[in-house]
Design a protein around this ligand. Structure first.
Ligand SMILES: *Cc1c(COP(=O)(O)O)cnc(C)c1O
Length: 359
């Protein structure tokens, strides 16, 4: 048997582990922040019809510029954005990888504020970009002062701002984002994978784009759109940034099937986003009930809640798994993260937790 260590692997990849959120066949999966609501039948039929139509042209390469999809994404984002301001890839993870390929790489660095999205570090490693793990204020908040101080100290080439932050749920103000932008000559990426779960009236960082050519706002169809299986993420930025990403993308990276499915889903965005209101209700319910069970929560503007007061995260994780409920141990001592599922799933999760806590 050959082991990984026997292969002529890149030195900087030796000893590393791949991204590994457990994928277990459970009844109630509340571990990777998916939208637990199935796709409405009417939307599913339209997606299926669009895929069927696209199948006839699969002998040809897809539109490398996915013009129609960029038009549709620009309309969805509104705020005066045009297709030239929009770029997409197979999940926002791939968008972020392209950003690192274009603006990071060997000899360059990217900074994020920990604890934050675990993929940032993995993408940094894969592209040979040095990772700088910054810190947060109390309660995982990130003030303009704290962020700017560290950005000025480390002068990273790229800053990742996760808004709201995964895995803590912490919202980020536009003031912090604008201050970080002003404090660096580098690229600033605001990861808004959970933007649709914010309180209504919360402005998106997209509103900061005019006049800020180094600012990028990434979004995803994996969470609010209940479309994680399709793999579609996108970014809004100055058109020059899009030109930079074209230099590193693989030709025809978005398959004709992906483009067709995403276009169909965007035609039904109102209907797909109807579940968001319900998920917010379930999230707020978790925020309200968990503390009454002895688990203090962090404020969340996303579709998940990080709760503390857990004597042994790995033990509680296993106890929930025994009841066919999967949550996420994100490695923060004393804490676990749970996704807001359907009303029924949330009820079952809270009931199981109540039982375990009492026992
Ligand atoms: C889920 C998530 C994404 C989305 O990734 P996709 O590749 O679009 O599925 C991006 N950023 C954060 C912080 C996330 O939690």
């Amino acid at each position: 048997m050959v082991s990984l260590g026997d292969l002529p692997l890149r030195d900087d990849l030796r000893g590393l582990s791949p991204y590994g959120a457990p994928q277990k066949p459970v009844r109630i999966a509340l571990n990777v922040n998916e939208n637990a609501h199935p796709m409405p039948e009417e939307v599913a039929l339209d997606v299926a019809a669009s895929l069927a139509a696209a199948v006839h042209s699969l002998n040809r390469y897809p539109d490398r510029e996915f013009a129609e999809l960029r038009q549709s994404l620009a309309s969805y984002l509104a705020n005066g954005l045009t297709p030239e301001n929009v770029w997409a890839a197979n999940g926002s993870n791939e968008v972020l990888q392209q950003v690192l390929q274009a603006f990071g790489g060997p000899g360059r660095s990217v900074m994020g504020f920990e604890p934050t999205y675990s993929m940032y570090q993995i993408l940094a490693r894969g592209t040979g970009t040095a990772w700088i793990g910054g810190t947060r204020d109390d309660g995982f908040q990130l003030s303009a002062h704290t962020a700017v101080r560290q950005v000025q100290e480390h002068s990273p080439d790229i800053v990742f701002l996760c808004s709201p932050n995964n895995p803590t749920g912490t919202p980020l103000t536009l003031e912090t984002i604008a201050a970080v932008y002003d404090a660096t000559p580098g690229i600033v990426v605001v990861d808004e994978a959970y933007a649709e779960f914010a309180a209504s009236g919360t402005p998106s960082a997209v509103t900061l784009l005019p006049g800020r050519a180094r600012l990028l706002v990434s979004r995803s169809m994996s969470k609010a759109f209940a479309f994680a299986g399709v793999r579609l993420g996108y970014v809004a930025a100055d058109s020059t940034v899009v030109d930079a990403l074209r230099l590193v993308r693989l030709p025809y990276h978005l398959s004709a099937l992906t483009q067709a499915a995403a276009l169909a889903a965007l035609r039904h965005s109102d209907q797909l986003l109807e579940t968001v209101a319900d998920i917010i209700v379930q999230r707020d319910r978790l925020l309200e009930v968990l503390p009454t069970l002895g688990y203090p929560v962090l404020p969340s503007a996303a579709n998940f809640v990080l709760f503390g007061g857990v004597a042994s995260p790995s033990r509680l994780f296993s106890q929930l798994l025994e009841r066919d409920i999967l949550v996420r141990d994100v490695g923060i001592p004393g804490h676990l993260r749970v996704t807001a599922g359907t009303e029924k799933e949330t009820t079952e999760f809270l009931a199981a937790l109540t039982e375990i806590t009492a026992g």
